[in-house]
Design a protein around this ligand. Structure first.
Ligand SMILES: *[C@@H]1O[C@H](CO)[C@@H](O)[C@H](O)[C@H]1NC(C)=O
Ligand SMILES: *[C@@H]1O[C@H](CO)[C@@H](O)[C@H](O)[C@H]1NC(C)=O
Length: 674
């Protein structure tokens, strides 16, 4: 699944009817559409009344789409921007002033915003258009000197806070960290129920899946803390807490995490969570040499402040280590900003946990390989089923196809749930990046003459998958479709077979993926690859493959897992995307790699890196124009298909899935140039 917000996607504006984002709660949580106009006025009035009754009345209040952990997906309790605006899309920032209400969002969401928000009250700020002022620019040019701009400091990272604060200061305005979330207050005033913060069961992930005990991870982090002379490391990202403790939860849809903070000091490990820690969990933690002290989730701020006070009383110089993605609220509390005359030093930079989990250990890598075999079986079963249904004249809707795929995945060992909301785009819907069909309205049938994109993934105890395949249901693509399909595939092969010096950043690989498309004046408006967590978030930083370098990308090393997903989208007509997950590997002349034999150097000792594809599902042969492919590319795809069949075939046979076996054999048959 492509990373959102990699680029403003203006080409698809107005092309579509969107449904609500799956990330932000479904219709069960949402009664916005009942009386949208009245609701919105009431809500805005309530917020404005609270803004003006602040000790320092606010000239503007900012409402980002965010939780206190800077999560990509948020729980319904944190969907404040959605509540105030009525707009359910997954990205956007609202600004409310006494007389205006504005919302910045990108091209994916213009149509949806206009449908969902009351346009007599709200102004859409089309973020993707160059003439649209940024929020910062708008604030400094529309507010008067002395204005106070409020924000809940839990919903702003320090990386966002600092530049806005300096811009406002330059114009004699101030950015105010407002203690309580004013949208929550407004919600209470309106007599509306705020959803509870989930605190679902936590599971312990055994060593056979994690490969490294929690105590060892903490010892490594303590060694890094010593190097940095840090007195404490404060971990605020939910996937990082889960990773360090080898625990998983289900508090946010698709993301196996639980609401928590973790503080590591040289002598203690402190967990802040409302979730239950059963005796069995404590036992595993003890076996992994972790003795947790537990605190309520909500006490983090107070605890950090007390810690800052205590440390400052020792008279020594203390530094607290935080990710620069951590919220402004946590940064302030950790430094004792509000309680100390001389706040503690803060080390605010990329989190050492994100760098640690970026490189997967041998057990995690083996888990990734294993779950991709099972996931391949599920996707192959779905594709065969879909062709059979459509060939048999049955009507299959996009949602039915997605549901059927989930059924097949549920048959697989260690399956825990989808890793994101499946994107099943047929025909013109395939050209809508991040398409998400609605269950409420009329549903689209997958037509025989459609190209069909299926982007989906699974969470397994031993790894996370993310795969896109594109099929033509009647197996008779137009020559335009076939040519585009082939160019996208050539890009995927260029990346899949690339060799590059160890330590280069992911962005250097981006144009490899676009090469064949660019030759024809074609392109795609998203990045080429993202990191993937191990039974964690399907989008994982700090690395990625895009034309811009990721700011904290430490450079590619062996043992990373990335997606390789070029695409092509013809708005109003069809879309194509081929997505594999790949692992980074060292390559020498002896490695099993298509370019190993040709190696003449090792980049002057820097070391040669390449990829090994984890995903195991064939590409549709009828959509590949072999005459466009080089010998190398043709051999590459034939070898890949042979590997798919050799791996999945015996499993299908063993499970007595004979028809699937025969189907896969046909799909994986070698291609020759006519
Ligand atoms: C903000 O300022 C711009 C340019 O000065 C102006 O065009 C716009 O109407 C203002 N918006 C509001 C809501 O005052
Ligand atoms: C990969 O190669 C580099 C340098 O050539 C070496 O330092 C490293 O240990 C190797 N890593 C693995 C996982 O083989």
């Amino acid at each position: 699944m492509l990373l959102k917000c990699v680029l403003p996607i203006f080409t698809i504006a107005n092309a579509v009817v969107w449904s609500r984002s799956a990330a932000h709660g479904d219709s069960k949580h949402n009664k916005l559409n009942k009386e949208p106009q009245k609701m919105s006025v009431q809500r805005l009035s309530a917020l404005r009344a609270i803004m003006s009754s602040q000790p320092r009345p606010l000239a503007a209040y900012i409402i980002p789409t965010c939780d206190a952990h800077n999560s990509e997906y948020i729980a319904p309790v944190d969907a404040r921007r959605e509540w105030i605006s009525g707009f359910t899309g997954s990205a956007g920032t609202a600004v409310v002033t006494p007389s205006a209400a504005l919302l910045w969002t990108d091209g994916r969401y213009y149509t949806q915003f206009e449908q969902e928000a009351d346009m007599s009250l709200w102004t859409l700020m089309k973020q993707s258009l160059p003439e649209t002022p940024t929020m910062e620019k708008w604030l400094v040019s529309n507010l008067t000197e002395g204005a106070a701009v409020g924000v809940d400091p839990y919903t702003f990272s320090r990386d966002e806070w600092n530049p806005l604060q300096s811009a406002l200061t330059k114009h004699n305005m101030v950015l105010v960290a407002v203690g309580a979330n004013l949208v929550d207050e407004a919600r209470k005033h309106c007599g509306e129920h705020i959803p509870c913060r989930p605190s679902n069961d936590i599971i312990a992930l055994p060593l056979k899946f994690t490969g490294k005990c929690a105590g060892e991870k903490i010892a490594e982090l303590r060694a890094k803390m010593e190097d940095k002379k840090a007195s404490a490391l404060v971990i605020t990202a939910l996937d990082e807490v889960a990773y360090v403790l080898n625990l998983r939860g289900s508090d946010i849809e698709y993301n196996p995490v639980f609401f928590s903070y973790l503080i590591i000091t040289p002598t203690a490990v402190l967990l802040f969570t409302a979730n239950e820690l059963t005796a069995a969990l404590c036992l595993q933690l003890a076996e992994e040499h972790v003795h947790l002290q537990r605190f309520p989730y909500d006490s983090i701020e107070e605890h950090l402040r007390d810690m800052a006070k205590e440390l400052s009383e020792t008279g020594c110089k203390h530094s607290i280590w935080l990710s620069s993605d951590s919220s402004e609220a946590i940064h302030r509390a950790a430094s004792g900003a509000d309680v100390l005359a001389n706040p503690l030093n803060i080390i605010s930079e990329v989190s050492p946990v994100s760098l640690m989990k970026l490189t997967k250990n041998d057990v995690e890598l083996q888990g990734f390989r294993d779950c991709h075999v099972r996931d391949g079986i599920a996707v192959v079963r779905l594709l065969k089923w879909l062709h059979d249904e459509v060939d048999g004249g049955k009507e299959v809707t996009e949602i039915q196809a997605a549901d059927k795929l989930l059924e097949f995945r549920k048959d697989e060992e260690h399956f825990m749930g989808p890793s994101f909301s499946t994107i099943p785009g047929s025909g013109a819907n395939g050209a809508i990046i991040h398409y998400c069909p609605s269950r409420d309205g009329p549903q689209k049938t997958i037509e025989k003459e459609d190209m069909f994109i299926l982007d989906s993934g699974g969470q397994y105890m031993d790894g996370t998958t993310d795969i896109t395949r594109t099929r033509h249901l009647s197996r008779a693509p137009t020559s335009e479709q076939k040519s585009a399909f082939t160019r996208v595939l050539q890009g995927q092969i260029m990346v899949g077979a690339a060799l590059f010096p160890q330590g280069v950043k992911g962005n250097v690989l981006d144009s490899f993926a676009r090469h064949a498309l660019w030759e024809a004046g074609l392109d795609y408006a998203h990045g080429t690859g993202h990191g993937v967590g191990h039974f964690l978030n399907v989008h994982e930083g700090p690395c990625g493959v895009s034309w811009r370098p990721y700011p904290h990308d430490p450079g590619l090393k062996p043992g990373q897992v990335l997606s390789n997903e070029p695409g092509y989208y013809k708005v109003g007509s069809f879309g194509i995307r081929h997505e594999d997950l790949v692992e980074t590997i060292n390559v020498t002349k002896e490695t099993e790699h298509p370019r190993a034999a040709g190696l003449q150097g090792d980049f002057d000792g820097r070391g040669v890196l390449g990829f090994r594809t984890l995903t195991l599902v064939p590409h549709q042969r009828e959509c590949i124009d072999a005459s466009m492919m080089s010998d190398f590319q043709l051999q590459y795809i034939n070898n890949y298909h042979k590997r798919v069949f050799d791996t999945l075939g015996p499993i299908l046979k063993e499970r007595r899935l004979h028809e699937e076996y025969t189907w896969l054999q046909g799909e994986c048959a070698p291609m020759i140039r006519a």
